[in-house]
Design a protein around this ligand. Sequence first.
Ligand code: 13P
Length: 248
Amino acid sequence: GRKFFVGGNWKCNGTISEVKKIVTILNEAEVPSEDVVEVVVSPPFVFLSYVKSLLRSDFQVAAQNCWVRRGGAFTGEISAEMLVNLGIPWVIIGHSERRQILNESNEFVGEKVGYALSQGLKVIACVGETLEQRESGTTVTVVATQINAIADKVSSWENIVLAYEPVWAIGTGKVATPAQAQEVHFELRKWLQGNVGAEVAASTRIIYGGSVNGANCKELSTQPDVDGFLVGGASLKPEFIDIIKSAT
Ligand code: 13P
């Protein structure tokens, strides 16, 4: 079976005192054991070490991005090697906010995923269509093109979690229905089956992101191909605990 995975993407939010508050809430929470659910929180770079030092040991930490290749003269970037050196096990790559606002292409995202894996990081790789793409009926083609660019640069899928995050559902309060999420997760798994292999398709976690909250997580979590969540806004609130609990 695929272990349930709940990621909290804090995006560009938080002060030192707010970070301390949310970590305290997480540390005091009673949640299913790490054999049942993998919990990963993703603070901004500047808080990574602080969060890692305070956070309970059964929860892990992810960066929200990293540089595409080996570090060097790339002002403002953070390299995969640095994250490894800091003891950060995970990185989110290809989030739609980076694809859309910072113009990261499918190829660039694929290259980043490949490089991060080569350095020993585990990767939460994000795909998802815009509203316009969904309305024009191209959702499956769009996510297939995105996953294909990742697969081109990846030789082992062992350390990848795939996040399906429809852009129209992110930060909008318009969550995908369980059926909408399941449909795309099924297509992604089918793509893996046809293009990578049956074993990878069966074992790769595909998690959903986009307006997940304490009230809608349970029904989404019961869909056969939904293996967890990548949570934005609600990951900064106590209801993140309820989302973790939807694992069981
Ligand atoms: P929201 O949960 O705020 O919609 O954000 C989802 C997301 O982008 C997680 O990476």
